[in-house]
Design a protein around this ligand. Structure first.
Ligand SMILES: Nc1ncnc2c1ncn2[C@@H]1O[C@H](COP(=O)(O)OP(=O)(O)OP(=O)(O)O)[C@@H](O)[C@H]1O
Ligand SMILES: [Mg+2]
Length: 231
């Protein structure tokens, strides 16, 4: 479902958008929603939630106008890329918040490159916050094993999660893992490339493991599990 819509956000942002609605049942609520802005320490996008905590809007700021406009012409706004990635991960059997809608500002100089409306995971926290603040949690090992297995499973299917770190996973109140920030690269004809690319950036992978709450004792098992099972 496609329509033109004037979208308002609580920071004064107020613009016409092309709105692609993925979940028609949520459309009116999304447009009526009096969103509020979340203050998040590490987020590079502006994030808004509706007061009933059902939807979240992810709004990445415009950076370089030329690059952003070229990407937009190719139909590749951040919202589109993330939503395609979420679809691919879901088809691999992994959990992601449901994509409700994507909005593209008509004015190319708008503050945001695109808006992505997602199901809000109420009560969830990022896996990095969980690992940092719960050093003795009994499900640490389970969560790390599951993350490693899912990462490996993606790679075995030629899917590389571009921005892997524990901040891009959420642990729900029930202890389930959801992947967010789902821009992925897919190599359907040469799946081994996903792991090749991953190994090229292995130093960054390791650095991020420790930077996002993993411990020295947990690293070897995590690393081996990702590498062994994806081969
Ligand atoms: N579906 C969701 N439900 C609840 N909270 C969410 C959801 N998606 C994102 N968040 C919150 O917003 C934060 C940032 O989200 P996300 O990683 O998608 O944005 P980002 O890192 O700013 O993205 P990018 O690097 O693409 O700009 C998360 O750590 C989490 O606190
Ligand atoms: Mg992120």
């Amino acid at each position: 479902m496609l329509r033109l819509a004037k979208i308002r956000l609580p920071n004064g942002y107020h613009r016409w958008h092309m709105l692609f609605i993925d979940k028609p049942s949520a459309a009116q609520a999304l447009l009526d929603g009096a969103f509020e802005q979340l203050t998040l320490e590490h987020s590079t996008s502006d994030i808004f939630v509706d007061p009933s905590r059902r939807f979240i809007v992810k709004a990445p700021l415009r950076r370089n106008r030329w690059v952003d406009n070229l990407a937009k012409l190719a139909g590749l706004t951040p919202a589109d890329k993330e939503s395609r990635g979420a679809e691919l991960l879901t088809s691999c059997g992994l959990k992601t918040p449901a994509v409700l809608a994507r909005a593209l500002p008509l004015n190319p100089s708008a503050k945001y490159r695109s808006l992505l409306y997602l199901e809000y995971l109420d009560g969830a926290i990022s896996l990095s916050d969980y690992l940092r603040h719960h050093p003795a949690a009994t499900d640490r090992q389970t969560l790390l094993d599951q993350t490693a297995d899912e990462l490996a499973m993606m790679m075995a299917q030629g899917v590389l999660f571009r921005d892997f770190h524990f901040g891009n996973l959420m642990r729900s109140a029930q202890g389930e893992l959801y992947w967010i920030d789902t821009e992925v690269k897919h190599y359907p004809r040469a799946p081994e490339k996903a792991q090749e690319r991953f190994l090229k950036n292995h130093a960054l992978f390791k650095k991020r493991f420790f930077g996002h709450g993993g411990t020295e004792a947990e690293w070897p098992a995590f690393n081996n599990r990702v590498l062994q099972t994806s081969c």
